[in-house]
Design a protein around this ligand. Structure first.
Ligand code: ADP
Ligand code: MG
Length: 338
């Protein structure tokens, strides 16, 4: 008898939650962190609590990784005067991964560029074009960071800026936190780094607009589920010099000058947000030919490259999910593995 009642209660509990999921709860939180506006949309049971916990995690990580906040762990590391310093597990992993990706991309990603970025004014918004001599001085003053477990040693003259990878890492940590809280539908927009947990609440894919780097609106739409899509472009943080040239915030580590590779937007799509973020920056520096070669020699991600002539290259993994906007008149090339 009691067994029957228990079963009945169990069934009604399931019906109740099925009833809820037909009209899911939705919670939206917008915060300013890591120098950008972030917007988190979470669906399902306890949506508000899960979104609030995600926002709290962002604040925690941004307090560790800010390069300008004097109380951040990264700031203290950058001012450690050449002495090894113990850092949190999250910071150690962010630095370890960034250094590994630096090697893997032949130095196109380089988190030791901070002194050079500062000289260009990209950290403060007070832009200027440094002279060649000053750039080479700063480039050659840098040493190689070393990391053992969670101890990091920065040679004097070496300062790190993890801005090219930190938002991707943050997205991975948040997505993991949400999934383990039982969330099956959430969209995290971390200043243009999109992390999708599952699909939309109605079961369909998320639809993302890929911004037109030289015009208004979107150049294409990408359908996405359970993945990250991270874009690096020359159109969001840049200045036009007195010489009329566009100088963007992504530097070519070989020259210490803004990358000028013929690409104006790179989106990398994959399961691991930090990989997408590291590669969006690195492939932007490399340019189209080197990015194609890199992609053909490695798996684990798809990409959308938009060049300064307005043409698009995508990889075959997203061919079915990619839709150029109405009126798009450039070419779309699809990169396939032979
Ligand atoms: P965003 O952070 O604007 O979304 P990215 O992920 O491409 O775009 O990161 C760009 C940031 O990374 C720059 O603002 C700068 O702090 C830093 N950076 C610039 N060039 C490089 C580079 N070649 N390697 C590593 N970090 C870079
Ligand atoms: Mg990046």
């Amino acid at each position: 008898m009691f067994g029957f009642i228990r079963r009945l209660l169990a069934v009604s509990a399931v019906l109740l939650s099925a009833g809820c999921s037909a009209q899911p709860q939705e919670a939206r939180v917008t915060i300013y962190a890591m120098d950008t506006v972030m917007s988190l949309t979470v669906y399902g049971e306890n949506a508000a609590e899960n979104a609030a916990n995600a926002a709290a995690k962002i604040n925690e990580l941004s307090a560790l990784w800010s390069v300008t906040d004097e109380s951040s762990e990264l700031y203290r590391l950058n001012h450690s005067g050449g002495m090894p310093m113990e850092v949190s597990a999250e910071t150690a992993e962010l630095i370890r991964f960034s250094l590994e990706m630096g090697e893997d991309t032949g130095g196109a990603l380089d988190i030791t560029l901070y002194p050079v970025l500062r000289e260009w004014g990209f950290t403060t918004g007070e832009y200027r074009i440094p002279d060649e001599e000053r750039i080479s001085e700063l480039l050659s003053a840098r040493g190689t960071p070393e990391i053992y477990g969670s101890t990091v040693a920065l040679p004097e003259g070496t300062e790190l800026d993890t801005g090219a990878v930190a938002k991707g890492c943050t997205g991975d940590i948040l997505a993991e936190q949400l999934r383990s809280a039982g969330v099956t539908s959430a969209l995290l927009d971390l200043g243009g780094n999109i992390h999708a947990v599952g699909g939309r609440a109605d079961g369909s894919d998320w639809r993302l607009g890929i911004k037109d780097p030289r015009g208004e609106g979107n150049i294409a739409v990408l359908e996405l589920r359970d993945k990250a899509a991270v874009t690096s472009g020359d159109y969001e943080r840049y200045f036009i010099g007195e010489d009329g040239v566009r100088y963007c915030h992504i530097l070519d580590p070989k020259t210490g000058r803004p990358a000028d590779s013929g690409l104006c937007s790179v989106t990398v799509i994959g399961e691991e947000g930090r990989l997408c973020d590291a590669l969006s920056t690195a492939l932007f520096v490399m340019g189209k030919d080197a990015a194609k070669e890199y992609r053909l020699s490695r798996g684990g991600f798809d990409m959308i490259l938009i060049d300064t002539d307005g043409n698009i290259l995508i990889t075959e993994g997203i061919e079915e999910d990619f839709f150029p906007a109405e009126g798009f008149s450039g070419e779309v090339e699809v990169l396939r593995r032979q």
